[in-house]
Design a protein around this ligand. Structure first.
Ligand SMILES: NC(=O)c1ccc[n+]([C@@H]2O[C@H](COP(=O)([O-])OP(=O)(O)OC[C@H]3O[C@@H](n4cnc5c(N)ncnc54)[C@H](OP(=O)(O)O)[C@@H]3O)[C@@H](O)[C@H]2O)c1
Length: 340
């Protein structure tokens, strides 16, 4: 086989080599070369364009029952991906179309089209379909409006506020007339919450000694809605400040994803009883019938200039594992995406 022909047939793939213990390491992932697939009848060949790396993938890397099945060792990892159709033997898909879906960390893959959504690069940048107009945007909108039900004049606190979900939650809170306080990991991020997204107050949890007092100072009228992306000690401080009939939306707990045993925190039951508060976890998929409504509303706010977003775009297929690990080190502002 000629050298060029061989290179053309190569298809880089990332598999899970070891189950991470603690913070994921580059050595937990392995790059392998597969043969580039040939699409059969009723199939398309996809070329990966943008890859979403997400904190929830960490949960799929351990061998435990959850809402999504664990990744198998020595098998490709999958996540939200935008890809270009480069060959099509499937009605409804043409060469040059772009699609988004849950796909594997491979340069090329074939698909029967099931579960794929066509995305239009003339309506929004392709990467936005993995963020503000994709899973994280819908998580922000649906978690906040369906569970948090924020009312005008209420105080909304958001943890993980400078990230993909949190930055959108805070802005929606402002659109709906709330006073919004965000918690993030650096002074630069806190400044951005206020300057770019219009949050009223920001707290840097890394330089705050007493989160309970910091929240009390930033929320003089108490906390009505708490959108929690991080859990742990940050949430302990927020929960100590909730108002009567507060709504606590448990979206994620990134601060404990790398723990080998779940750390013990204050017991929250009495705070919930005393305040007749609601605390509810959710998975965005719970609201699947409302996805079109969420996308339509987010698109309108973007077009009206009421909503903005930030992306941290890392370039190169080889950078996918590092970008994923970077989520646990706060390396992203807004949505972390890898451009291939
Ligand atoms: N329920 C659902 O359906 C659903 C859907 C999507 C996402 N989620 C969850 O929502 C949360 C946010 O996801 P995302 O995609 O928007 O990620 P993201 O916030 O864009 O990225 C992760 C951010 O978490 C922060 N972080 C990392 N380690 C932390 C720690 N130990 N303590 C506090 N903050 C930490 C970092 O920001 P700092 O620099 O501020 O620390 C980092 O930038 C995650 O918990 C995720 O699992 C849930």
């Amino acid at each position: 086989m000629q050298q060029n022909e061989k290179i053309n047939k190569m298809n880089k793939t990332i598999i899970l080599d070891k189950r991470p213990v603690g913070r994921p390491q580059l050595s937990d992932f392995k790059f392998i070369d597969e043969e580039k697939p040939q699409p059969g009848n009723g199939e398309i060949l996809l070329k990966t364009t943008y890859v979403s790396v997400d904190p929830y993938l960490r949960g799929r890397m351990i061998d435990a029952k959850s809402y999504a099945p664990p990744f198998q060792l020595q098998q490709p990892i999958s996540s939200g991906i935008v890809a270009e159709v480069v060959e099509s033997n499937l009605a409804g898909f043409s060469k040059g179309d772009f699609v988004s879906g849950l796909l594997e960390w491979k340069e090329f893959q074939k698909s029967d089209g099931k579960g794929l959504l066509k995305v239009d690069p003339s309506k929004a940048p392709l990467s936005a379909y993995l963020g503000v107009l994709g899973m994280t945007g819908m998580t922000a909108y649906l978690g906040l409006t369906e569970i948090g039900k924020p009312q005008k004049g209420e105080t909304l606190v958001v943890s993980g506020a400078a990230g993909a979900v949190g930055s959108v939650v805070g802005q929606i809170g402002k659109i709906l007339g709330c006073r919004v306080v965000g918690i993030a990991g650096t002074d630069e991020k806190v400044e951005m919450l206020k300057a770019k997204y219009g949050f009223d107050e920001g707290i840097n949890y890394n330089t705050t000694k007493n989160m309970k007092d910091a929240i009390a100072a930033a929320c003089p009228d108490g906390v009505d809605v708490y959108f929690d992306n991080v859990g742990g000690e940050i949430s302990d401080g927020v929960l100590a400040n909730i108002n009567k009939f507060a709504r606590i939306i448990v979206c994620g707990s990134i601060s404990v994803y790398n723990e080998t045993s779940v750390p013990m925190g204050p017991r929250v039951e009495m705070a919930l009883v005393k305040n007749s508060a609601l605390m509810q976890g959710f998975i965005v998929g719970n609201f699947a019938p409302k996805f079109p409504e969420a996308i339509a509303q987010l698109s309108n706010w973007l077009m009206e200039g009421k909503l903005t977003y930030t992306e941290t775009i890392v370039e190169g297929f080889n950078q996918i594992p590092e970008a994923f690990i970077g989520l646990f080190e706060g390396k992203n502002n807004g949505k972390m995406i890898v451009k291939i």
